[in-house]
Design a protein around this ligand. Structure first.
Ligand code: SAM
Length: 253
């Protein structure tokens, strides 16, 4: 059937492609992908022989109208990214908008996304969360972005390069204070690792052991309303204490 198919692909383990995704990829007229070498590894593993076209950050504006033309001609176009779910810290959003505006069909074939895998393994509350994707790489901009999240009582999910982990976690601690956190690395791959602890413990680990390899997701516990009310109580206590002292001073005078 004609339309744009947003197809989630594995985030490491090639076995994590759904049956339906395999069928749709095999029957598509064309697969739009980020890096054709990466996608070819997947299609070859599944014996899928469909032409690939590249659709990435740098050529998206030029290629998007061509994809819309194909859809108008009745083709089934599959969009994949290098890993996981397209549009999630990956290209595709503007394409989906253009498809919707053109009144064409778009549907999704759900599957892996590193953000949710990390959240469910983190041991942190999973009922409410905010996915932030990548923070700015430079400390000042990163701290400014973090400041906007400081009061949210929900788990926070970030994508991060392993070589920036120690610096990023230090900025998180500086802006959000001490919190429970987890670093999920190499999910679904041979050296999958979940490191859970306080921000302080994790910072010490990555400072002492150096940057690990691979890909990583960082999950941070939300702002703790209980901690907040304690802080408020402390405020009230101090105000009371000051008032008492002022009264005493007044009586003494
Ligand atoms: N669209 C993808 C998804 O749905 O998860 C994310 C693409 S984004 C460009 C790539 C980032 O996702 C990596 O830098 C890393 O933070 C995270 N990531 C992807 N695969 C991962 C894995 N196997 N283990 C840990 N993190 C991963």
């Amino acid at each position: 059937k004609a339309g744009l198919y947003l197809v989630a692909t594995p985030i490491g383990n090639l076995g994590d492609l759904t049956f339906r995704a395999r069928d749709v990829l095999a029957k598509a007229s064309v697969i739009a992908c980020e890096d054709s070498r990466v996608t070819r590894r997947l299609t070859q593993a599944y014996g899928i022989d469909v032409p690939l076209i590249s659709y990435h950050e740098h050529n998206a504006d030029r290629v998007r109208p061509k994809i819309i033309e194909r859809l108008k001609c009745g083709e089934a176009v599959a969009l994949v990214s290098d890993a996981g779910t397209p549009l999630i810290s990956d290209p595709g959003y503007k394409l989906v908008t253009a498809v919707i505006e053109a009144g064409l069909e778009v549907t999704t074939l759900p599957g892996a996304s590193a953000a949710l895998c990390a959240l469910v393994l983190s041991g942190l509350p999973s009922d409410r969360f905010l996915f932030h994707g990548f923070l700015p790489p430079k400390s000042a901009a990163r701290r400014a972005a973090l400041a906007e999240l400081a009061d949210l009582p929900v788990s926070l999910i970030f994508y991060e390069s392993p070589r920036r982990l120690a610096d990023m976690l230090s900025d998180v601690q500086a802006v959000l204070g001490e919190r429970p956190a987890a670093v999920a690395r190499e999910l679904t791959k041979m050296f999958e690792e979940l490191r859970r602890g306080s921000l302080g413990e994790l910072i010490t680990h990555y400072r002492e052991n150096g940057a690990p390899k691979g890909e990583a997701v960082v999950v941070i516990g939300g702002s703790d309303p209980a901690g907040k009310s304690q802080a408020l109580d402390l405020d009230a206590l101090l105000t009371d204490a000051l008032r008492t002292q002022t009264l005493r001073d007044a009586v003494a005078d």
